[in-house]
Structures are given as C-alpha cells and as structure tokens.
Ligand binder design. Structure first.
Ligand SMILES: NC(=O)c1ccc[n+]([C@@H]2O[C@H](COP(=O)([O-])OP(=O)(O)OC[C@H]3O[C@@H](n4cnc5c(N)ncnc54)[C@H](OP(=O)(O)O)[C@@H]3O)[C@@H](O)[C@H]2O)c1
Length: 334
C-alpha cells in the first residue's frame, strides 16, 4: 500500500523577508509501512507549528545553523521542512509507538512524516485540551514564556513589565503570566485590533501600536514614567534582546543592540535564552498553566489556517504581523 505525500519545500534560500513564492508544494509516493528492521515512525500530520526561527534555517547562512541544535540546522532545498506538530502514527518500527498513537514532536510541513530514531517524538496525552494547545500555550511557546519570564527575568509582584510583539504566541503568554503575578504590564503590537485585544481580553494594563509611535523611547517614558523593571523582548532593534530578535531575521541592518551607556548606568542585565535549555521546568510549567486554563485565569490565543497549501502564506504572514497569537496550520482532520 502506498500513499501520495504532498509537502512544502524551499525553492531557494531566503535572505530577506519570506514570500509565498519562495516555497513550492512537491509530491512523493510513500509506502504505508516503515523500512523493515528500522525504528522509523510514519506519522500522518494533523497540526503543524509556524515559527519565526525557521527563517534562520532557510537563510544561505545564519549563526543559528551552526549552533549545534538539531532543530536549527539549515533547510535543504527541495526537501521536506521539519517542524513541531501533532499527528497520528500510521506505521511504526519503534517499540514505543504503535498504529493510531497520538504523537507530538518534530514532524514536517507535509501530509506525512517519516520520523527517524533519535528525533523528537513523544506520545501525546492531550489532558482533555484541544490538540493545538500542545503546539502553543502548553507547548514550546508556553515553555518559552514561562521559563523566560519566571527563570530568566525573576519577576516580583508589582514590578513593571514591558513586552514587545505582545499579541504574538510567546508575548501574549508573558503578559498573562506577568498579570497573574501582580505586575504592571504594558505591551506593544502592530495594529489597533491587537492593542484592543491585549487590554480587553488579556488584561494588559496598557498597550500601544508601535507603528504609530514615532519615538519609541518617548512612548515608553509615557507608560513607564519611573522606568521599566523587566523588558521581555521578542523583537530586538532598540533596547534589550532576551527572547527573540524577529526584526533582525528579515533585515540584517537592524541590530538588536541596546543603548550600551544605559546598560552601564542603569545596571541592566541582558540575557538570551533558548526554551530547550529549560526542559527541566516543563512539569512545573504544565501544572501551573493547565491549572490557569482550567480556572479560566489564562486564555489560549490561537490563529489556525487550514490546509497544507496555506503553510507558505502562514509563514510569510508572521513576518508581516498577520497572526494574532500562536500560528498553526491544520493539515488534516483529527
Ligand atoms: N528563545 C526561545 O527559545 C524562543 C522560543 C520561541 C520563540 N522565540 C522568539 O520569540 C519571538 C516571538 O516568537 P513567536 O513564536 O511568539 O512569534 P509571534 O510573535 O507569534 O509572531 C511574530 C509577530 O512578531 C511581530 N513582528 C514580525 N516582524 C516584526 C518586525 N520586523 N518588527 C517588529 N515586530 C515584528 C508581528 O506582530 P506585530 O503585529 O505586533 O508587529 C508578528 O505577528 C521570535 O523572535 C522568536 O524567534 C524564541
């Protein structure tokens, strides 16, 4: 038995902003079984994550590609692009998995994935939550926000927190954790609709549209007349880079450099981190976050597109600010 597998692949390396035309959908035939004697797992993909870091993998060269992280290796032209997601096992040579198991891990932007032994793949216990939550709020976006905020920033109740890309997948969760701790939270985002959502649905104290603020420093002075205690940066460009530097991914001329004199006189600590370094916090993060979801204290913000063919526009869209919350593409019905 064979199946047709459609998958998204990269036509040429991307060294600026990604466009839909940088990608093409290719087709291959796959046997509905795994190579005898191998520990391969054939997965039918259901939901795949759309993440900014993938752009660094698609460049001709990026320092992230030589970082030694398996998920950061460069993407090969014409091949399937691996991505985090949820799927169902179709065939397995691995003793830990059997047909129809629900799994989460590194699958691909395609209809089917062959997951090799040693790659990230786990059985998924949905805990009664939608599967998509495990790609976003209960997955790496959540762990990034939780570990980055609580462990890297070491916040205290009442501190003043600023979050950039605040309606994004990580940013909205940082703001929600900070509000639950009792911090004063201000977020910036790229549209009025996002600004309204941060204040009305997620309880941010203030929010503003950075595209309408000519002078970012003056805007921050307005919202933080006595200064900022914690700046959780997803964007880079002007002040402190902690979580991500998405503006630099598409424009090399934009350096995520803080004003170094401020670093000295304000005794600012700047720290980069990767969520993968905090897997030991995963159980604590899951207990806290599932509890907040069950009691209605946290909200999942998701932005789900339908169909494999929507992956290129979903990916290009995150660099245009099209998404509100975690961007996911549903490849197949549950
Ligand atoms: N350290 C880690 O382990 C880790 C883990 C996950 C993510 N990250 C990083 O965290 C950041 C956010 O990731 P995410 O998954 O939560 O993505 P996301 O925020 O859901 O999506 C990207 C958002 O960033 C904003 N944006 C895009 N291009 C921009 C630019 N040039 N300048 C300013 N804002 C821009 C857009 O919102 P607006 O409309 O508001 O502009 C867009 O909606 C990224 O830099 C990502 O690489 C780091």
């Amino acid at each position: 038995m064979e199946v047709i597998n459609n998958f998204v692949s990269l036509k040429s390396h991307i060294d600026g902003s990604p466009q839909e035309s940088d990608f093409e959908i290719l087709t291959e035939t796959l046997p509905l079984s795994v190579v005898a004697g191998s520990k391969d797992v054939l997965v039918k993909n259901m939901y795949v994550s759309i993440d900014p870091y993938q752009l660094n993998r698609m460049k001709s060269l990026s320092s992230s590609q030589t970082s030694g992280s398996s998920y950061a290796v460069g993407v090969t032209l014409g091949q399937a692009i691996d991505a985090y997601g949820v799927g169902k096992v179709v065939a397995s040579g691995h003793p830990d998995f059997e047909k129809d198991d629900l799994v989460i891990g590194l699958i691909s932007w395609g209809e089917y994935s062959i997951v090799k032994e040693g790659s990230i793949l786990n059985k998924l216990n949905s805990l009664g939550f939608p599967y998509t939550y495990h790609v976003g709020i209960l997955g790496f976006s959540g762990l990034t926000a939780y570990a980055g905020f609580f462990d890297v920033c070491k916040p205290k109740k009442g501190e003043k927190v600023f979050v950039s890309a605040a309606s994004g997948s990580v940013g909205n969760l940082v703001g929600q954790y900070a509000k639950l701790l009792g911090c004063y939270v201000v977020g910036c985002a790229g549209t009025q609709k996002k600004v309204d959502l941060l204040k009305s649905k997620l309880g941010f104290d203030e929010a503003f549209n950075y595209k309408e603020e000519g002078d970012l420093k003056a805007a921050l002075k307005k919202y933080f007349p006595d200064g900022i205690d914690i700046y959780f940066d997803n964007v880079g460009a002007e002040i402190v880079a902690v979580c991500g530097v998405i503006s630099e991914y598409t424009d090399k001329a934009k350096r995520a450099a803080p004003d170094m004199i401020d670093v000295v006189y304000k005794r600012i600590t700047i720290r980069g981190f990767l969520a993968g370094d905090y897997m030991s916090l995963f159980p604590e993060f899951m207990t806290a976050t599932t509890d907040h979801l069950q009691t209605g204290k946290m909200h999942a913000l998701e932005d789900i597109s339908q169909g494999l063919e929507s992956v290129p526009s979903a990916f290009a869209g995150i660099f245009r600010g099209d998404n509100v919350g975690k961007k996911i593409v549903q490849i197949a019905e549950e």
